[in-house]
Design a protein. Structure first.
Length: 580
């Protein structure tokens, strides 16, 4: 590529600031830190900024960030950022404010209203010092967030495959959720054919993953792909631990962090990618400590790295198939025939979305039909019509995320309002999005297409009228079912399959798995002493990421209490009354 082309394609950082002194200071700070690989563009007014944004869009120049003063001259900063969203949906947008402006009711109201409506992502304090490290860090975080969600960036791996093949989508989703930077190239494109020829796979029709060292992996399994990235997928020498955590969603990862930090030799086993159901969430805005929000995959990756550094062993793409007492320990059987053991176990297997139960739709899973948010597909659906089914936070987050790329998003909600299952901030963002069409009292009753989803049929639950509408994709987030079939007959569960804990089992709630000890179970302890359940898999649990992470951290104190009590008991007493 010619140097002029590289210059043209550098992502832009756009500043709208009427005050000349402030504008000069912001421009100098941005140029010093980001000028070598970003285009810094400044405007004096909202109208001037819109002209700039329109010209950048016409020239196909990506915009990473728009900073607008609270009063952008001829229009308010919130209004400008809302209009910038329509021109550059993937750009991050922030209000530029003075230090101490939190005390100004007008500024505070603008920030609160703008974030609720989805017009802006957060605010940025004008730089004071030279250089202003806080300003640099804030801008760098915005640019990083934009790059993660909008550009392939430096690719650790390249996926060459048919764009709409189910396995192609599964590979992209797995890489996205595990935080592996990748580039996707359609196999039927000129670039795709060149890449395949370069690695000696010109004749293959299977998906090919090209590693950073140039080695191709043809049609890899999930396990092979994870192993290629250096992730452990099998037990090797060590099999005895102090604690085994089953599941690497927010609850399981929190348990791993606290257990390993407190000296317990901890093994975490996850059958899929880290993050669980939350890992596919595009943006969580109400998680403590992330005022701008955080994607589920990034939150999971941070927790994974934290647990790993503290010493937890991670076993991904490995499924637990059995749990049984083995003397004073529990034996945890894995699908590959290996086993681990520990005196205590934390069940954090989470839940998965329920199937919609419409055969012609389920036949197209991976070909336009997705269970969960499937955030990796958003860019591929640019300019298309899509449908999201569900009334909870996950469905709302998916709709808002997809609205950045799709021309229209239809959100089908079975209930009469969004208030029952969705946080207020999401409700406001959906109301503010011009291309999200909310259909209340509505079910998806049919769908189809020739090899790929092309249409869905919506039915009004009040009138009974049905309407067929075009849809290039359908994202289904309609409730959950727990991953506990493998525990049948082992621990007590409620009728929905969720694990009973604490007072729920102390009175013999399940005759098939009664509580065997004189003491009462710990609050998160199941009907098996020393086996605990946290997060969404627990009966009666609050389905929120923060709640799951909180339970994962708290349960470790109960694990310590259990282990300490067992250590104080005479060996004969322990042997005489083993777990059932």
């Amino acid at each position: 590529m010619e140097s002029a082309d590289l210059e043209l394609k550098r992502p832009a950082l756009v500043v709208v600031e009427p005050d000349a002194e402030s504008r000069s200071r912001v421009e100098a700070e941005l140029s010093m830190r980001f000028g070598s690989d970003h285009r810094i563009v400044c405007a004096r007014s909202g109208a001037g900024a819109l002209e700039v944004l329109e010209s950048l869009r016409a020239a196909d120049v990506p915009v990473a960030l728009v900073l607008a003063a609270h009063a952008a001259g001829d229009m308010g900063g919130e209004e400008l950022l809302g209009r910038a969203r329509r021109l550059h949906p993937s750009a991050r947008r922030a209000l530029l404010i003075e230090w101490g402006a939190w005390g100004d009711p007008a500024v505070r109201e603008t920030i609160e209203r703008g974030m609720a409506r989805g017009h802006l992502d957060y605010y940025v304090l004008r730089p004071l010092a030279w250089p202003d490290a806080l300003f640099h860090r804030t801008i760098a975080e915005f640019v990083h967030e934009w790059a993660r969600s909008s550009t392939p960036g430096p690719a650790a791996v390249t996926v060459v495959a048919e764009r709409w093949a189910p396995r192609s989508q599964e590979l992209r989703s797995l890489l996205t959720r595990t935080g592996v930077p990748y580039a996707f190239v359609p196999s039927d494109s000129d670039e795709g054919r060149r890449e395949l020829a370069r690695v000696g796979q010109a004749a293959t029709e299977d998906p090919v993953v090209i590693r950073w060292d140039g080695r191709p992996i043809v049609d890899p399994t999930d396990e092979e792909l994870a192993a290629a990235w250096g992730v452990q997928t099998q037990l090797h020498e060590e099999s005895d631990f102090d604690l085994v955590v089953v599941g690497a969603g927010p609850a399981g990862l929190a348990a791993a962090v606290y257990a390993s930090s407190e000296g317990l030799r901890t093994l975490v086993v996850e059958r899929e990618a880290i993050g669980g159901q939350a890992g596919s969430t595009s943006l969580i805005r109400n998680y403590l400590g992330f005022p701008r929000g955080v994607s589920g995959s990034e939150l999971a990756q941070r927790a994974y790295q934290q647990a790993w550094v503290l010493g937890a062993r991670m076993l991904l793409m490995s499924e637990v198939t059995g749990l049984e007492p083995a003397g004073e320990r529990y034996r945890i059987a894995l699908a590959d025939g290996s086993a681990a053991s520990a005196p205590a176990v934390v069940l954090a297997t989470g839940v998965s979305y329920r199937l919609i139960g419409i055969p012609e739709i389920d036949e197209l899973v991976g070909r336009g039909v997705f269970y969960g948010a499937a955030v990796s597909e958003a860019r591929a659906l640019a300019g298309r019509r899509v449908c999201v089914v569900g009334g909870g936070n996950s469905a709302g987050q998916a709709a808002v995320h997809l609205a950045r790329s799709a021309c229209t998003v239809t959100l089908a909600v079975r209930g009469p309002s969004l208030d029952a299952g969705m946080s207020r901030y999401l409700h406001h963002e959906i109301e503010a999005a011009e291309n999200i069409d909310v259909r209340l009292n509505t079910d998806v009753v049919a769908g189809g297409g020739s090899g790929w989803l092309e249409r869905v049929t919506l039915r009004d639950g009040i009138s009974g009228a049905s309407e067929e509408t075009d849809a290039a994709a359908l994202f289904i987030l309609i409730g959950a079912r727990p991953h506990t079939d493998w525990l049948a007959g082992t621990v007590a569960r409620d009728p929905g399959g969720y694990v009973l804990t604490g007072f729920q089992v102390s009175g013999g709630a399940d005759e098939a798995a009664p509580w065997p000890l004189d003491r009462a179970p710990h609050p998160f302890e199941s009907s098996l002493p020393g086996v605990f359940a946290v997060g969404d898999v627990r009966s009666g649990a609050v389905k929120r990421v923060a709640s799951a992470a909180g339970q994962g951290s708290v349960v470790i104190s109960q694990v310590h209490e259990y282990l300490a009590a067992r250590a104080r008991e005479p060996h004969a007493a322990r042997s005489a009354a083993p777990p059932p």
